[in-house]
Write a protein that binds this ligand. Structure first.
Ligand SMILES: Nc1ncnc2c1ncn2[C@@H]1O[C@H](COP(=O)(O)OP(=O)(O)OP(=O)(O)O)[C@@H](O)[C@H]1O
Ligand SMILES: [Mg+2]
Length: 232
């Protein structure tokens, strides 16, 4: 196992947002974290990353307690983050967006990323603000890989993407999965989650309401209807 959340409780001021969430991600596994708007999915990622440290419970990564560790130290241990807003610098080129990470903390080179994703290499000199949503997402994933992570946390990579572009992103993530990279994938899009995930956890109002194999969710439409309000 690479990551274990043990009964974490996370607050925003007085609001008790995560009310005892436990989950595990195995080595090489893709775990999808699903739930409606406001269920607490992003808060789970922020709890792991030290951006909003849990007040109780533990975050165990590779057998070490990293609960409340500062975000840059969490990153240095090998957990990468692809935030929902993607965080691409609009006035820097794609190449400069990667280079800036390499200078700060990266182990790989910009050319490694371009060799791996030729589509990105074609965009190397394009400014962040001229990249499409899908291109920005691709760049954000490439940037996450610059630190040679063992675990990647992705927050709704499908968000706002047209179906064809989404398929490109899903293929990219499938490739990373084949290489054995573990991922915690937050999604609202059940189909995207099922296309990638081995297992699924559903959150509702800050608590886990379902956990099972992706195939189980795919086979039983009532689960998605009950907890997500959508069919599969
Ligand atoms: N910094 C914050 N301060 C106060 N409340 C917050 C903060 N961030 C999030 N919240 C609230 O906590 C709840 C859970 O937010 P969270 O972002 O984890 O949900 P989510 O499941 O990721 O939802 P979405 O699908 O909309 O991204 C929401 O009601 C949100 O308004
Ligand atoms: Mg969110």
């Amino acid at each position: 196992m690479i990551l274990r959340l043990q009964d974490i409780h996370t607050y925003y001021g007085l609001v008790h947002m995560l009310q005892g969430v436990s989950l595990e991600v195995d080595r090489g596994e893709v775990l999808a974290l699903l739930g409606r708007n406001g269920a607490g999915k992003t808060t789970v990622l922020k709890s792991i990353l030290g951006l909003v440290p849990p007040r109780a419970g533990k975050v165990i990564y590779k057998d070490t307690d990293i609960t409340g560790l500062a975000p840059h130290l969490v990153a240095r241990r090998g957990i990468a983050y692809v935030p929902a807003h993607r965080g691409i610098f609009s006035t820097l080129s794609a190449e400069e967006n990667l280079e800036i990470v390499r200078r700060r903390s990266g182990t790989g080179t910009v050319d490694d990323v371009f060799a791996r994703f030729p589509r990105l290499a074609e965009l190397r000199s394009r400014l962040g603000r001229h990249l499409s949503g899908g291109e920005q997402q691709m760049l954000a994933i490439g940037r996450a890989l610059m630190t040679d992570p063992s675990l990647v946390l992705l927050d709704e990579p499908s968000q706002g993407l047209a179906p064809l572009v989404l398929e490109t992103i899903v293929e990219m993530l499938r490739g990373l999965k084949r290489e054995g990279l573990a991922m915690l994938l937050v999604e609202q899009n059940v189909d995207t989650a099922l296309a990638l995930a081995d297992r699924v956890v559903i959150l509702d109002q800050g608590a886990k309401v379902f956990e099972g194999k992706a195939a189980q969710l795919a086979a039983d439409e009532q689960i998605a209807i009950r907890y997500l309000g959508v069919g599969v």
